[in-house]
Design a protein around this ligand. Sequence first.
Ligand code: NCD
Length: 337
Amino acid sequence: MLTAQKHFLTALQVTSQDDLTALFTTAKLLTPVANGTHITNILNGAVIASLFFEPSTRTRLSFETAALRLGAKTITVTGTDNVSITKGETYFDTARVISGYADCAVLRTNAPEITNDYVAGSTIPVLNAGSGADEHPTQALLDVYTAHAELENRGKTLNGATITMLGDLKHGRTVHSLIKLLRLYPNITLHLVAPAGLECPTNVIDIAKSAGHTVHVHTPETAYDAYKQSDVIYATRLQKERLSGDAANAAYPTQLRLDTDTLNAHAKPDVIILHPLPRDGREGSNDLPIPANDTRLCAFTQAHNGVPIRMALITRVFNLSDAQLTASITLPSWKST
Ligand code: NCD
């Protein structure tokens, strides 16, 4: 699933459900290591560069945790203030330099062109951890992993599932990558609910249609019709940092406000609510204001699944087999209380 150059840049690089299933098997194998009940030092000596030129909490920390749990060491950049980009260095040159320090790079930028420039300069594998409003393929891997597991818990499957995606579908890169990955599953019905001006790009919708999925595009006025049919609702934040003027301060309309009352009234009782997080907890944002312990909300499990999934992806970069991983796993000499 990585390209010949070993980069992982788009969800389109995953070309079969078998590839995904194999990755999920590796992730399950590594879950006790991700949780800290077991340990491995299989990547002892490896260095992973974690380069987040845009803000991040869970993607950076889960990637770094994944690297550390595998026994690698990390070097990190956060933001653009303290690096030589401010001196006019190109991302190409920065990449060529970092290629001499690390064995693999995890990269987040605010534009796909910047990611492309970086990748062109890199001689080590690059894993795309977010390229502006375009893609976030490793998030899609953990989204599908979570949806798959949570549907199974409810006696359902992703094949033939009905999924609502809601919010800023124009700038929400996680949605774009998720729709691309879902092309590998049959008979999905997608409901896309977005405020005016924030609709999902046509080229992304076309990928779902080409996969044979049924796509319903909604305005907020028909959002409740979408919720009531859905097995999964994937909510997203208004990407204010990619908007300007009044649009950046607008709140979601009330039909997009998934609170306890709305879900009780308009969603299936066993609905799975996913959100890539962060949700905007500021007053009036209307971004999924339901309590963290609502059993329908799987967003925190989803965030935690980022560690085993990213561990599994890193093992692909280093060509480690499941057998090698299994043989390397031992018990720790410590226990966290
Ligand atoms: C998302 C992102 O960065 O695109 N967050 C994440 O990585 N889990 C979603 C967002 O910021 O809204």
